[in-house]
Design a protein around this ligand. Structure first.
Ligand SMILES: [Zn+2]
Length: 413
């Protein structure tokens, strides 16, 4: 039996306790004995303990984290970024598998043990990027749970053979089928979504669709997705990434949120700023599962990203205009348990600001320990030292990969 006692830790900044873990789940939480010498003990030293961070929307295949910055030379806008990636990805300083592995290692070292990454599948790169991500997942199989989405970044209908490539990606080990902006990219939302859901049904996998489409157009596409969820009885098996239309403030948003909740559709996003701020209070009150992720990191799209989901929790709090402790704690809740509840539908969703999930008997033993007096302090200070627990075991990863380096405060141990 795999067991661990974490002695003298403060869940969400509360009273010090001991947490007994058996077979990868919390068995008991009790007043601390401050005695880590009991069977298999870890001395928490009075640190804050949180559910492990969850990066539920990232792109391991495009990441150039740890490599020198390159100036962005593509056209502006989403299509310009897609084509900038296509033009340059083969000349990134390191191959996909190494870049994906380094980024995954940094994420884990910083406390993220639950991860959903997209892997681009298109007529240019075929399954090359998918294979790099599969190799990275395999390398860290003992340190994190990683889900992979077969992601048609360049659309499904614009180039020949993409449906077959997605089919092959799912056979090769992808866990979910993706999609992207069915109106704006393929300009044929019905055929795009029908292809996505056909593949989901054929392979019995979940769906995670990028939806950057704004305003009424995005709400229209959202309704097309929900139609298919309902018609195919895929409740609880679909995620919409970004769902920017929910940030529009349009009169149709509350009804869309109610329908998302009824269909068990989850939302992930990247804590974007102006025009991308999701109505987190309304989503939580409706019971919609919401997670957040790093998205692309220092890649051919964006210079942002540093592999630290605690940093992304800070960004989420900042862009949402959060200041009160329960608000900051909600941002941290989304970055930890919220994402976990997207990946594991057996976990309850975050239902309100200031809730402190993750420490009840039966909850997964996925934790991160940091030296901070409170959750708000952890988000503001983002202490570099972290202890990471995955499946009830302390995990460490070697982030020293030749050629890769993270400067400054995010230098990993
Ligand atoms: Zn994305």
């Amino acid at each position: 039996m795999n067991s661990l006692r974490i002695a003298n830790v403060r869940p969400w900044g509360g009273e010090a306790v001991d947490i007994v873990i058996e077979n990868g789940v919390v068995a008991a939480v009790s007043e601390t004995t401050a005695d880590a010498s009991l069977a298999g003990g870890l001395d928490g030293g009075g640190q804050l303990i949180l559910p492990a961070l969850s990066d539920v929307h990232l792109h391991l295949d495009s990441s150039c984290l740890g490599l020198p910055f390159r100036a962005y030379t593509g056209e502006p806008g989403r299509w310009g970024r897609i084509m900038n990636d296509r033009k340059h990805w083969r000349t990134a300083d390191r191959p996909v598998a190494e870049r994906a592995a380094f980024t995954l290692a940094v994420a884990i070292a910083n406390g993220a043990t639950r991860i959903r990454t997209h892997a681009q599948v298109d007529a240019d790169s075929g399954l090359e990027k998918m294979e790099g991500v599969l190799a990275a997942r395999e390398h860290y199989a003992d340190a994190a749970d990683v889900q992979i989405v077969a992601f048609p970044q360049v659309g499904i209908l614009l180039e020949p053979g993409v449906v077959d490539l997605l089919d092959a990606a799912l056979r090769a080990g992808a866990d979910l089928i993706g999609g992207i902006d069915p109106c704006e990219i393929d300009r044929d939302p019905v055929r795009h979504l029908d292809a996505v859901f056909m593949l989901a049904e054929r392979h019995q996998v979940e769906v995670d669709i990028h939806l950057h489409e704004a305003g009424e157009l995005g709400l229209f596409t959202l309704s097309l997705i929900l139609e298919r969820v309902e018609a195919l009885s895929m409740q609880g098996r679909v995620t919409i990434s970004h769902a920017r239309c929910l940030a529009s403030g349009l009169p149709g948003v509350p009804a869309a949120i109610a329908r998302l909740a009824a269909a068990g559709v989850a939302i992930t996003h990247a804590a974007g700023g102006r025009g991308w701020e999701l109505p987190l209070a309304e989503l939580a009150a409706a019971g919609v599962r919401v997670g957040v992720g790093m998205d692309g990191q220092r890649d051919f799209w964006s210079p942002y990203g540093n592999g630290d989901m605690l940093d992304r929790a800070w960004q989420l709090a900042f862009v949402q205009g959060f200041a009160a402790d329960p608000e900051i704690e909600h941002a941290l809740g989304v970055a930890t348990w919220g994402g976990a509840s997207v990946l594991d539908r057996g976990l309850r969703p975050l239902e309100r600001f200031g809730s402190h999930p993750g420490f009840a008997p039966g909850d997964p033993a996925e934790f991160v320990l940091v030296d901070a007096v409170s959750p708000t302090a952890a988000v503001m200070d983002r202490p570099a030292e972290r202890t990471v627990v995955h499946h009830g075991r302390v995990v460490t990863v070697d982030t020293a990969l030749p050629g890769f380096e993270i400067p400054g405060r995010w230098a990993v141990r």
